[in-house]
Design a binder for this molecule. Structure first.
Ligand SMILES: CC(C)(COP(=O)(O)OP(=O)(O)OC[C@H]1O[C@@H](n2cnc3c(N)ncnc32)[C@H](O)[C@@H]1OP(=O)(O)O)[C@@H](O)C(=O)NCCC(=O)NCCS
Length: 159
């Protein structure tokens, strides 16, 4: 068990969230824009209705976050959701905080009428894949026995 309640973040948490995101990217050697840039983008995103973040904190600041973006879809009236980021500070992993984030974001998605949630996970990240499977995610569509694969192409900047 843990003593960190998960709650919905507001734009005022943007800077703290951006710092956590920088730690996440650093841990996994992936590039991240400067903290101030991420904070500015998050502030605008969290003020709108196409994104939300779940966070948990102690008296000193946030200890983890989940970031979800939402988009319209032709398949149902509510938004299609993507779990873009999920992170718990290394020293606090394995205490149920990540699970609390997932439970909390699923409740939020139910309130918003979303019927589908996507997440990309690296194939070799078996611990995280097991974590998601335990929370009901699968990498094949219900009824099919082939795996879905994410295709991706970085696009050149236009300006
Ligand atoms: C994945 C993550 C958010 C889970 O948060 P958490 O608070 O540790 O999760 P819980 O305590 O609720 O659940 C623990 C489960 O997560 C799994 N897990 C995945 N990565 C882990 C890690 N690096 N450290 C500890 N547990 C991890 C554990 O194996 C455990 O499952 P198990 O009991 O089957 O072994 C957290 O481990 C993390 O931030 N990992 C690094 C970032 C990451 O991989 N994010 C997902 C990107 S797709």
């Amino acid at each position: 068990m843990h003593a960190y309640d998960a709650f919905l973040a507001g734009p005022e948490h943007s800077l703290n969230l951006a710092r956590l995101q920088a730690d996440f990217n650093l841990e996994f050697d992936s590039s991240c824009p400067p903290v101030a840039v991420v904070a500015r983008r998050l502030e605008a995103m969290l003020a709108g209705d196409q994104c939300f973040a779940i966070v948990a904190g102690n008296g000193r600041g946030l200890v983890g976050h989940a970031l979800v973006t939402l988009r319209p879809t032709i398949y149902f009236d509510g938004p299609l959701a993507v779990l873009d980021e999920l992170y718990v500070q290394p020293a606090l992993r394995g205490r149920g905080i990540g699970s609390a984030f997932v439970n909390c974001l699923l409740q939020e998605l139910a309130l918003r009428g979303s019927l589908e949630l996507h997440i990309n996970v690296d194939e070799d990240d078996t611990a995280t894949r097991r974590f998601y499977e335990r929370h009901g995610f699968a990498n094949n569509f219900l009824g099919s026995d082939w795996r879905m694969l994410l295709s991706y192409q970085p696009l050149p900047p236009t300006k």
